[in-house]
Every structure is written in C-alpha cells, then in structure tokens.
Ligand binder design. Structure first.
Ligand code: PEP
Ligand code: MG
Length: 547
C-alpha cells in the first residue's frame, strides 16, 4: 500500500480505481525546429482532432441541455474551417517560422481583436469563441489537450490541476472522488468540487503509474492510498458505513428550522452553479439558493449564453426550488474565471481587473441580456438579483438603473417579468467601509469572504503557497464582517455570508452573535451546519471565538 498526503477540500471517503489524467500545462514555445510545411501538417491534424472533440461535445450537450446550448460547439467547428483564420495561421508559419501552437493562438488573438471591435453584438461575442477554439487546437498540439476521461466505470480522478470550466464539464455520475496536484482551498475549482459533494483533495503528489490501480481517497485523514491492504480497506468501509448512517440521521433535519436552543433563527441557503446543484440544494434542505454563480453556465463552453438560454436555465432553477428564493448573481467572470474576449485585452493583474460588475458595466450589451433573463425568470418564483465586486455607490446605482430600463423594455414588449430584490456582494474592503451608504441602495448584502479575504490581506486566493497568509479567519476579516452586519442592520438591510467561511461550524456561534440573517453554503454543508446551530445556546455566556 502506498500513501500520498493532501489537503482536504471536501470530506468523505471514495473507494475505487484511480484514473490519472495525463495533462500538464506545457509552455507555449514560440519557435520551431520544424519546417513551416511540417508545422502546417501538425496544425491541420490538430484541427481535425479538435473538430472530432467538438462533435462529441455537441452530441452530449444536445442530450443534456438542448439544441440552443449545443449550438456553440457547432459554431466552434465552423470557425475551425474559416478560410481567413486558416490563412492567417499559414502566413504566420511561413513568414515568422513560429510553432503551430503559437500560430494558432496568435491568429486567434488577432481575429478576436477584430471581432471585439465590431458594431454587431453577435460578431463581438464571436471573439471569445475564436480564442477558445484556438486554445483547444494549441492544447492538442502541446499535449495538454487530452480530454478529461468521460468514459469507463466510476473512478477517482487525479489531475495536475483543473480549471473551473473543466470542473464544470466533469460527468458527476462517473466521479467517485477528485485529487489534484495543485490548487488552493478557496479557488473556484475547489468550490465546485465542494458543490458537487464529492470527496476531494488537493496538493497530492500522485504518481502517473498509479493509473487504474485500486485506491482509497480518505478525506477525513487527508490522504490517497493506492493498493490498500485488506485491513485498511475494512476499516475504511466501516467508517464509510458510519458516515452513511450519520447522513441518514441528518436527513431528519431537512425540513426543520436552523434555530438555536434559545430560539435564535438563521436561514441556511445553498450555493449553486447549475440546475443539478439546485436539485441537490433542495434535497439537502436548503431554504433557497443564496448564491447562484451565473458565470458557471459560461465556463464549460467558454462563451456567454444569450438571453433565451440564460432564461431557460434560471427558470429551471427557480422551478426546481419550488417557491424557495433564488439569488442570481450577475456574471462574475474575470480573474480565474476567465472568459476570453469579455473585456478586451489580456490583463496584467486579472484579480484586480475587469471582473464582476466592472465587466457587466463595460459590456452593457451582455449585462442587459442577463438582466432581462433574470427578470423573466422572476415571473416563475421568488428571485433576487445580486451584483458582484461592488466597490462604489455609483456602480450599484448604474446597475439598478439598467435593471429598471430592462424591466421597462420587457413591459413595453409585453413580456412577463417578476419582482426582484436587489442585493450586492460585499467582497471588497471599499464596500465594507461604504456599508452604511450601500445599505441605503440594497435590499440585502451577501458577504463574499473568499474575495474579501484576498483583497483585505492582499494575498492571492488562488496561490496554494500563500494559504497561511490568506486566512479568512484573520481578525481583520472577522471585524469587517461584524462592521458590515451592524451597518446593514442600521439601515434595515438584510445581511448574510455566501463565502466558504459561512460553512465553518466553529464560527457559527460568532456569526449568530454578530446578527447575520443567513449563511449560504455548499449543498452538502447545509444539514451538518443546521445540526450544529440547533445544538447552540446563545443565552449561555459564551465568549465568541473571534477577536
Ligand atoms: C466570495 O468571493 O466569497 C464569493 C462567494 O464569490 P466567488 O467565490 O464566486 O468569487
Ligand atoms: Mg467573490
């Protein structure tokens, strides 16, 4: 038996074969030792492979999400046959002697810049597509393009790293557990693994030769074991049975309130990024969706769906939640959730760049489509809209004015729209400092502790080497939460937490004492948190753990 330690992202035990995904980011080499003709042959072969991948993705998307959603993969195939694009690649190979991968990316960027500058909004949105498809071809050429395994029996997947888009594309029914070599606890990929509720570890130095071998992913102990001894396997199976028993016990709390022994109630919502997540949220007794990460709809395909597609998904989520409130956060693309072509050129500091509300106010054509889709979905059940990455009052006022303009437009067109509450994410220090004024503009606040931590402590949440410095339990972050709650309540504004910290049972008592109205957590964390809250007694003179 061999063991590799890791950091637990999602607790639980998985037993099954290990499936190693052999893809590593390869440096893109500009120059080539091959002749332009040889590089061209490689390029055309890679295009053929990319078209085959896209045809397969089209078929799957057609089954799962319908023709409208699948259409994007058809468009990508067409772009790969575009004469102008192919000619630009050939020209780069012949005149600059570059590698095929470099030429694919460079030609993609050139066309994306052209598309971005066009008047027509349809053509502008093709900018992201041409970059995406060029990246696919370059990945195939550099060896990173081996697709994530989608076939075969259920397995524990081991990968060097995964982008949020790749995590979204995983087939959950075949995934027993997830192990990555690199990744941080608060990255969006980790958040997605938690949302799926599958046991997951990061920081595991697995061996590629372990592919296909029997394995145990032990989230409780933070390790991956290969060729487990029979005794160890028996002990793990016994723990797995206990965990199932405990899950059954927790199910009894599904329809009970999250109320302390002395009668203080807090609502527990779930975070979601898909219709599947919404179903899990309901199944786990969430009182609603406290954060629907709408950008997740874009990450799997690398493009932004239009109004009709967004409306169809939001409506499905709202209907799945059967009368419970759904908070739809407007597109929070940017930083690690990169959508090529959204805000123009590559950025030096994407985490401080055109992300969240900044991208929406910059690309109002896309923002309007989304606001219209949200308003239309609100005709089917309780919906709130929430704006991410707010730092200034004017951003909220401008976003609200656009929301009202969209409502008026829908009314004039005779299209049904429902009422929506308006909330903002408090995830920048500026929003905390401005909380009094912002509370006058918003119906509710949702504190995004993941970003609030990185921006307060000036420590990249994506960098696993900085975890010690990027501590969401830092007194500065906890004081900001307290300050935000107090300021919000002085203005009759509700306040909750939707960052990962909200699920920490050790802080639940502090959050209750701070007066938070709600916590929004991964679906699998709802019932354990409810159980913990129901065991608390705030009338006892306990000292809060924070500060
Ligand atoms: C946060 O920043 O805490 C948050 C909930 O948003 P995201 O993790 O999607 O950036
Ligand atoms: Mg955030």
């Amino acid at each position: 038996m061999k063991t590799a330690a890791g950091k637990t992202i999602q607790n639980g035990i998985a037993i099954g074969p290990l499936r190693v995904c052999r893809r590593e980011a390869t440096q893109l080499c500009r120059t080539s030792a091959l002749t332009p003709e040889e590089e061209w042959t490689r390029f055309t072969a890679a295009c053929g492979e990319a078209r085959a991948q896209l045809a397969e993705l089209y078929g799957k998307a057609l089954d799962r999400a319908g023709r409208d959603s699948a259409a994007i993969f058809e468009i990508h195939q067409m772009l790969l046959e575009d004469d102008d694009y192919l000619e630009a690649v050939r020209d780069l190979l012949e005149t600059q002697g570059v590698s095929a991968a470099y030429a694919a990316i460079a030609a993609g960027e050139r066309f994306a810049a052209l598309f971005s500058a066009m008047e027509d909004s349809y053509m502008r949105s093709r900018a992201a597509d041409i970059e995406d498809v060029s990246r696919r071809v370059a990945d195939i050429l550099t060896g990173r393009g081996e697709p994530l395994p989608q076939e075969g029996p259920p397995a524990i997947l081991a990968a060097g790293s995964l982008t949020p888009g790749e995590a979204m594309a995983l087939d959950r029914s075949r995934l027993l557990g997830l192990v990555t070599r690199r990744g941080s606890e608060n990255s969006h990929t980790a958040i997605l693994a938690r949302a799926m509720g599958i046991p997951a570890l990061t920081g595991v130095d697995f061996d590629e030769g372990w592919d296909g071998r029997p394995a145990v992913l032990d989230g409780e102990r933070g390790c991956l074991c290969i060729d487990p001894d029979p005794d160890f396997l028996d002990a793990v199976r016994a723990r797995q049975t206990d965990a199932l028993r405990q899950a059954d016990r927790l199910r009894a709390l599904k329809d009970l309130p999250s109320v302390t022994l002395d009668g203080r109630e807090i609502r527990i919502y779930a975070n979601a990024g898909s219709v599947q997540d919404a179903a899990m949220a309901l199944d786990n007794g969430a009182q609603g969706i406290g954060l629907f990460r709408s950008e997740m709809l874009c990450l799997a395909s690398g493009s932004i769906p239009g109004e009709e597609q967004q409306f169809a998904v939001y409506r499905q989520v709202v209907e799945t939640m059967a009368g419970r409130r759904t908070v739809i956060r407007t597109l929070d693309a940017g930083a690690d959730k990169h959508l090529p072509g959204l805000c123009g050129d590559k950025e030096e500091n994407p985490a401080l760049g055109c992300r969240g509300i900044r991208a929406s106010l910059t690309r109002q054509d896309l923002f309007r489509q989304q606001l219209r889709a949200v308003l239309r979905a609100a005709a089917f059940g309780p919906v709130a809209v929430m704006f991410p990455m707010i730092a200034s009052l004017w951003e909220v006022r401008e976003a609200k004015a656009l929301l009202e303009a969209c409502r008026a437009e829908l009314e004039a067109q005779g299209v049904a729209a429902g009422p929506v509450e308006v909330g903002i994410m408090v995830e920048t220090p500026a929003a905390v400092v401005m909380a009094e004024e912002l509370a006058e503009e918003a119906d509710f606040f949702s504190i995004g502790t993941n970003d609030l931590t990185q921006y307060t402590l000036a420590a990249d949440r994506q960098n696993p080497g900085l975890e010690r410095f990027c501590d969401p339990r830092h007194p500065a972050v906890l004081r900001m939460i307290r300050h935000t709650a107090e300021a919000a309540h002085r203005h009759g504004c509700q306040v909750g937490i939707c960052g990962e910290l909200g699920a920490d049972p050790a802080l639940a008592e502090d959050f209750l004492r701070m007066g938070l109205d709600s916590l929004s957590v991964a679906p699998s964390a709802v019932l354990p948190l409810r159980e913990h809250i129901r065991s608390l007694d705030l009338s006892r003179d306990a000292k809060p753990a924070s500060q």
